[in-house]
Design a protein around this ligand. Structure first.
Ligand code: GDP
Length: 305
């Protein structure tokens, strides 16, 4: 059994590739991006993972349901609602269902299981916590929710990443069960600071990971993010903006780190200074074939350890 800690971008593409090779894994999803929109509980990473694993994802966009329409949102806009986040009609229906189920008193974990069943997802998809947890970005002049930052990309230097709810939020029993039954934990090419960092910030997660074998894949290629504001977020930290910086962020957890072939010159530094075993390969996942190939490479490194 394997557990993958994941966000909804690079993480979802990786999980898709893994599902083409094995069904023997669970996914723990970041819920720091969760946000209330139009009074509904939107869980961006959980949904991207669920849509990806069920095959309904809009692969071109990387979010939402393929061939979705946006009639409801257009109408909501005419009634004065904001539309900075695009939500399709079918997607909206999922948020209505999630919100209704949450209001009936069941947990986000149970709601996610019910939705996954409806979407035919047979891989366990587990939200990192059932408690309130939201990531905020503190800029020079304002503090905004990470999802809003991600989409609007306002000007200004990032001063701090705030994990709101971190002190009280606990991972659910399902999170611990998945990790306990896993020999390996994979940190896919997700954003370390806001997708995986949120999961790692929860009580007990780092401890249990220290008892597991952990393999990570860098989300940076030649010091650049494939998508999203990772570089901007890293600029607010002391980490070098390349795969060495990512390896250092995960230093106390990683047994193996996979970097892109284009950054192979960093391998000796990662190995020498951080003591982590390093392999390089093409980590760019443009097609499903790329996803499968990268996952196969990762599984092979795990087999040999
Ligand atoms: P988010 O929830 O949308 O932020 O998605 P994730 O956190 O799961 O993934 C975002 C990170 O994935 C970014 O830092 C990207 O650089 C990285 N990423 C996306 N696609 C790829 C890819 O094909 N290869 C690699 N190596 N990284 C990727």
């Amino acid at each position: 059994m394997i557990t993958v800690l994941s966000g909804g971008g690079g993480g979802a593409k990786f999980v898709d590739g893994l599902s083409l090779l094995t069904k023997d894994f669970s996914v723990i999803a970041n819920t720091g991006d969760d946000i209330e929109i139009y009074g509904l509980h939107v869980s961006p990473d959980v949904d991207t993972l669920m849509y990806t694993l069920s095959g309904v994802i809009d692969r071109k966009k990387g979010w939402g349901i393929k061939n979705d329409t946006f009639y409801c949102q257009k109408y909501l806009k005419s009634l004065g609602y904001e539309d900075w986040i695009m939500i399709g009609d079918k997607d909206l229906a999922v948020h209505v269902k999630r919100t209704e189920l949450l209001k009936s008193g069941i947990t986000l974990t149970e709601v996610t299981s019910a939705l996954c069943k409806r979407f035919g997802v047979d891989i366990p998809l587990i939200p990192m916590t059932d408690d309130f947890f939201q990531t905020y970005i503190e800029l020079d002049n304002k503090t905004i929710h990470f999802e809003e930052y991600y989409i609007k990309r306002p000007e200004g230097r990032i001063k701090k990443i705030i994990y709101s709810g971190k002190e009280k939020a606990k991972p659910s029993d399902r999170v611990f069960e998945a990790l306990e039954s896993s020999k390996w934990v994979i940190l896919p090419p997700s954003n370390p600071l806001v997708s995986i960092g949120t999961i790692l910030s929860l009580k007990g997660i780092r401890k249990i990971l220290s008892e597991k074998k952990v393999i990570g894949i860098s989300p940076l290629i030649q010091g650049k993010a494939v998508k999203g504001p990772l570089v901007e977020l890293m600029e607010s930290s002391d980490f070098e903006i390349n795969s060495f910086g990512i390896a250092k962020y995960y230093q106390d957890l990683l047994d193996i780190f996979i970097i892109d072939s284009l950054e192979v010159d960093l391998a000796d530094k990662i190995k020498g200074e951080l003591g982590i075993e390093v392999f390089s390969t093409n980590t760019m996942m443009k097609t499903r074939k790329d996803r499968k190939r990268l996952c196969n490479f990762v599984l092979k490194r795990m087999e040999n350890k």
